[in-house]
Design a protein around this ligand. Structure first.
Ligand SMILES: [Zn+2]
Length: 482
């Protein structure tokens, strides 16, 4: 019995054994021969794309939109790509963030080497923060994967009838599978994400077809963080279409915008902290500070924490109130954990954060991953009152939200201030949904909550946009326009 087990193990290791880099080269070259070596490729199709990080509740799918047209053109030698797509909202509307938007939303995105930009109109908009991922996406396509494997000294491993190929490009590890017919069936890498840590990005390729000697999958599915971000049914493929991109001067000289913090006093010991796309609030209590919202990522959090300490010297940040789990609003929460704060969030989010924050963070370590702090949560079901001395905050779960199932709003009963996120975004045209349509369904639900909870609101402090009077929200909700 023992002998047979030993034999089975030995056989397994022989089959699954790591082959040399030379074997990998031969496997990849064979695959490239079977798939058709191309200098550039263009593929088009229809399907779905999803609003990453905008799930209605944790672990639900990223909200889906209909992809009515999609074309990607890649030139491998110049490491450049162009992605054009048009998507629209399903009817009826699905729950979650990144919506609603009116009609068709058209996007045109580029990458060339280390430069990335969008072309929403006739002028390029630099996207320096997107370059690494867009570049990596080239190597996650079937032909791109094989070319990058050859360039980066890949290794091979037999797994049953398949060969698993792995290589490192820059700081990213990429693996992929080549099947017995020499087709690439799957690629995988990991991208740094402020919420999910080293986040898996897995793409599967199936139903290969022959397009004039070039094999290409007709079904492509990409998942990020375990949920679909792209489902594409390919309907045409062009081999060697060429792509001659010249990087616009405005893109070449663009740098990542500096993190700005601008504080506005809203009352005694209450500050609205703006200066970027997302706002926070700093609230002074007799013996501590509470911050509302830790958006975006560690950079923003460090700037807001520094501002909180400047505004309220010599008091610790005891609580961070997280309005909801959408990644743009929760990406900076971990920095507050590292700072020693307890996280107040709707109870549905607690197991999600606990699991997500336990993931490895080798690609972009943050203060929390470098330290050894445990996250402390104060979960809110429907209502929690935070009070000390003269200061009182009432935290409510916003029931009935189509935007997020675990949404919290914060009310200051003495000062008649209401903090809200994403239901109403006043006077920031560049952040308004395409077509200028505000989400009337979100505003209507917020108004309903205010009435049900009998909140006497005078001022609205939104997590995007600017501070306005309650009359502005009433007007916007009544007309459906912000
Ligand atoms: Zn949101």
């Amino acid at each position: 019995m023992v002998k047979r087990l030993w034999f089975a193990c030995a056989l397994f290791f022989l089959c699954a054994g790591v082959a040399s880099a030379q074997d990998a080269r031969a496997v990849v070259q064979d695959s490239l021969k079977s798939m058709g070596d191309v200098k550039s490729i263009q593929y088009s199709g229809t399907g779905h794309i999803n609003s990453f990080g905008q799930a209605w509740i944790p672990n639900a799918p990223w909200p889906i939109t209909n992809l009515t047209s999609y074309t990607k053109t890649i030139d491998f030698s110049s490491k450049s790509a162009k992605e054009e797509l048009i998507h629209s909202e399903p009817n009826p509307m699905v729950k979650g963030g990144g919506r609603p938007f009116a009609g068709d939303d058209k996007q045109v995105n580029f990458v060339s080497g280390t430069y990335a930009w969008d072309m929403p109109g006739s002028a390029p908009v630099p996207q320096p923060g997107a370059a690494a991922e867009r570049q990596l996406q080239i190597w996650l396509t079937p032909h791109g994967f094989l070319k990058a494997a050859l360039e980066n000294g890949a290794t091979a491993k037999k797994v049953g009838m398949m060969t698993e190929i792995s290589f490192q490009t820059g700081k990213y590890m990429v693996t992929g599978t080549i099947d017995a017919h020499n087709m690439v069936t799957r690629t995988e890498t990991w991208l740094p994400n402020p919420v999910l840590g080293d986040m898996p990005v897995e793409t599967t390729f199936s139903a290969y077809k022959d397009y004039n000697g070039v094999k290409f999958p007709t079904t492509i599915v990409q998942k990020q963080g375990g949920q679909a971000t792209l489902e594409l049914t390919v309907n045409s493929v062009n081999a060697n279409p060429g792509l001659n991109l010249s990087v616009p001067d405005a893109v070449k000289t663009a740098a990542a915008p500096p993190i700005k913090v601008q504080s506005q006093e809203m009352g005694d010991g209450i500050w609205f902290v703006a200066g970027g796309s997302h706002n926070s609030m700093v609230v002074e209590f007799p013996t501590y500070i509470t911050v509302i919202e830790g958006p975006l990522g560690e950079g923003r959090s460090l700037a807001v924490i520094a501002e909180a300490k400047r505004l309220v010297p010599n008091k610790p940040i005891k609580y961070l109130i997280n309005t909801h789990s959408h990644f743009d609003h929760s990406g900076g929460v971990r920095t507050y954990v590292a700072e020693g704060a307890t996280i107040i969030t709707q109870e549905i989010n607690v197991p999600f954060y606990q699991k997500a924050w336990a993931a490895p963070r080798t690609l972009a370590p943050d203060n929390l991953s470098k330290g050894a702090k445990e996250a402390n949560f104060l979960p809110v079901r429907e209502k929690y009152v935070l009070t000390e001395g003269d200061r009182t905050l009432e935290i409510f779960h916003e029931n009935g939200s189509m935007h997020n199932g675990g949404m919290l709003i914060v009310y200051f009963p003495k000062e008649k201030i209401l903090e809200e996120a994403d239901d109403y975004t006043p006077d920031l045209p560049e952040l308004a949904a395409p077509g200028g349509i505000r989400p009337p369904v979100f505003m209507a639900n917020l108004m309903k909550q205010i009435q049900t909870l009998k909140l006497d609101v005078a001022t609205v402090a939104p997590m995007h946009g600017i501070v306005v009077t309650f009359a502005e929200l009433q007007k916007a909700a009544a007309t459906g326009k912000g």
